[in-house]
Design a protein around this ligand. Structure first.
Ligand code: MD5
Ligand code: FE
Length: 202
């Protein structure tokens, strides 16, 4: 079912529950080309979340965060976004009321038990008018959904396998994070949570 948790933030519960195998196959094809990596934050910390990506890729180092079309090491373009992920992003954005959506960047986050994502804003994309489509697979997680100030009280939103959230409008720049993922086992995904975000980055 569709749940608007704040203006512009729409949870499509179970939206991709029946598409786990195809989505995981797409994730595996990307990871075969861009192996999981733990990025270093500009502050020098190693992230507990492992990442892979396609489309415009994501990097983070002492110089900060940025999106890039190409792998700076090899000079090659990052792999294309698999068609099933482009179709999902468009359908979810439409269903959430944002109209057609063609992302150019796809970040894949893998949370092993204990992994977390501290409260932050997503503000490295060029156009904040475009929504972000976020897909949760595998182990459940508790999403922290705050306000426009870091100090705003954050709500706790449980996210389960198959849920899709579309973040747009006034909620696009809200502070958010993921609490440490609890140990567990998901029959399709195994002992982790996978999150796929589809964005218009450049
Ligand atoms: C996750 N990933 O579950 C989340 C899903 C990230 C990240 O936060 O940056 O990789 S995306 C959640 C999101 C995106 C944009 C805006 C808001 C939430 N929001 O306003 O709450 O791995
Ligand atoms: Fe984020």
């Amino acid at each position: 079912w569709r749940e608007e948790i704040a203006p512009g933030a729409v949870v499509l519960h179970g939206f991709v529950r029946d598409h786990g195998p195809e989505l995981l196959a797409a994730v595996r094809s990307v990871v075969a080309q861009v192996p999981w990596r733990h990025l270093t934050t500009p502050g020098g910390y190693t992230m507990s979340v492992a990442m892979s990506w396609c489309g415009n890729g994501w990097t983070s180092d002492s110089r900060g965060y940025r999106y890039a079309e190409r792998d700076a090491g090899s000079g090659r373009r990052w792999p294309a976004i698999p068609p099933i992920l482009l179709a999902l992003a468009d359908e979810a954005a439409l269903q959430a009321g944002f109209g057609h959506f063609t992302p150019d960047s796809c970040l894949i986050n893998r949370y092993d038990p204990g992994s977390k994502l501290s409260l932050h804003q997503d503000k490295d994309e060029r156009d904040f008018g475009a929504p972000i489509v976020s897909v949760s697979l595998g182990l459940p997680a508790v999403f922290q959904f705050g306000g426009l100030q870091r100090s705003d009280r954050a709500r706790r939103i449980p996210l389960a396998h198959g849920d899709v959230v579309v973040w747009g409008g006034p909620s696009r720049l809200c502070f958010h994070g993921i609490l440490p993922v609890k140990e567990g086992y998901h029959s399709l995904v195994g002992s982790h949570r996978i999150n796929i975000t589809l964005r218009k980055a450049l």
